[in-house]
Design a protein around this ligand. Structure first.
Ligand SMILES: NC(=O)c1ccc[n+]([C@@H]2O[C@H](COP(=O)([O-])OP(=O)(O)OC[C@H]3O[C@@H](n4cnc5c(N)ncnc54)[C@H](O)[C@@H]3O)[C@@H](O)[C@H]2O)c1
Ligand SMILES: O=c1ccn([C@@H]2O[C@H](COP(=O)(O)OP(=O)(O)O[C@H]3O[C@H](CO)[C@@H](O)[C@H](O)[C@H]3O)[C@@H](O)[C@H]2O)c(=O)[nH]1
Length: 336
């Protein structure tokens, strides 16, 4: 079978490193392009690694030519909801300006197959739950706004240049590769599960719940946690669909169940057997109360089936990574 050569931006990041690993398992030729602003060289387990920016159109054009790239997975982005509300400039520049430069360089170099890491944050406050892809998109944070705009730009690029795409709207990625060699390591860490892991490891003195008066059963936000390896497999299915000539599409990716912040805290206590201090704090700006996916469309169209449907199983893999790598990856060294 003809195998695609795939350029993965952000492949040294949390989700990207899991996508790269799944691609390598299936013998794709993989070129990772990451500026290491957040990622880790040691998270890239094989293929070609290039340290650079996806907004560098000359570099992108050269890579497409040199490695005969025919498909792209674009994960490179800034992606923190809270930060996006205070630094809209940063999010517009990296997610939008760099994203458009990147797309333009790709179509000029002849690439016509594209997968975008999009997000549940494109929906805003849900009008109904679970959220399907037909739900209105009214983002309430800058981050979600930039991803939605990029989706819309893809639509225009399809009409003008014939670029076929799949936008994968992930809900909350969590967990780590079950083999235990890659996992989540952000600095600073802002995500709920790794922060609780740090508290369980005694690396932080407490965890703060952002808001306890949301209109949810226990007053804390509900999120739909999806295992990062299940997410990674969805990218393979999307690539295969594009390869087979499928039309552009948008898919949600979640486990179709909402877990409150308190439930996540309790589940980590059960899985790790560790206790830690939990305090209650104010809302974090830009946080919707509830985000729960319907993933029916991707199950039906691409035959995607999650392996890790239970929150505790997801947390178990996260704990295996964090407890075996309490300092995360080795620090990036210049010139590597
Ligand atoms: N983590 C989640 O729960 C979640 C949910 C929905 C969507 N997403 C999306 O998935 C993608 C990956 O998220 P993640 O959690 O792995 O984040 P991450 O920060 O771990 O990974 C992003 C990677 O992109 C790199 N990068 C950033 N800007 C770049 C640029 N201009 N050029 C080259 N490399 C650049 C960073 O160095 C990093 O390695 C993002 O697009 C994010 O918006 C994540
Ligand atoms: O110290 C903390 C950190 C988080 N939370 C809450 O925990 C939930 C999950 O937060 P977090 O892990 O930061 O993820 P989200 O802000 O939901 O965002 C993630 O999930 C979104 C999709 O749902 C993606 O778009 C984002 O990129 C990704 O970071 C939210 O309700 C937060 O308010 C706390 O209560 N205390």
């Amino acid at each position: 079978m003809f195998m695609m050569n795939v350029l993965v931006t952000g492949g040294a990041g949390y989700i990207g490193s899991h996508v790269v690993k799944e691609l390598l398992k299936r013998d794709y030729l993989v070129v990772t392009l990451d500026n290491l602003s957040k990622g880790h060289r040691d998270a890239v387990t094989g293929g070609v690694f290039v340290q650079g920016d996806c907004g560098d159109s000359v570099l992108v054009g050269e890579l497409v030519k040199q490695y005969r790239i025919n498909a792209v997975v674009h994960l490179a982005a800034d992606s923190l909801v809270g930060e996006s509300m205070t630094r809209p400039d940063k999010y517009c520049r990296n997610n939008l300006s760099n994203g458009v430069e990147f797309l333009t360089a790709l179509v000029q170099a002849g690439v016509r197959q594209f997968i975008l890491s999009s997000t549940a944050a494109v929906y805003g406050e849900p009008e109904y739950t679970p959220i399907d892809e037909a739900h209105t998109t009214r983002p309430i944070n800058v981050y979600g706004g930039t991803k939605l705009m990029l989706e819309q730009i893809l639509n225009w690029y399809e009409q003008a240049f014939g670029l076929r795409y799949v936008a994968l709207r992930y809900f909350n990625a969590a967990g780590a590769d079950p083999e235990g060699n890659i996992g989540e390591d952000h600095d600073p860490e802002t995500h709920l599960i790794p922060l609780i892991m740090q508290a369980a490891l005694g690396k932080r003195d407490k965890i703060t719940i952002y808001g306890t008066d949301y209109p949810t059963p226990d007053g804390t936000c509900l999120r739909d946690y999806i295992h990062v390896s299940d997410l990674a497999v969805a990218h393979i299915l999307a690539l295969q669909a594009l390869e087979a000539g499928a039309a552009s599409a948008v898919y949600n990716l979640g486990n179709e169940r909402g877990h409150s912040v308190r439930e996540v805290v309790d589940a980590v206590r059960r899985v790790t057997g560790q206790d830690f201090t939990v305090e209650e704090g104010p809302h974090r700006e830009g946080d919707p109360a509830v985000l729960v996916a319907s993933s029916r469309k991707i199950k039906e169209c691409l035959n995607w089936q999650p392996r890790y449907g239970e929150l505790e199983d997801i947390i178990r893999t996260a704990w295996a990574w964090h407890s075996s790598h309490p300092g995360g990856y080795p620090k990036n060294k210049p010139g590597r």
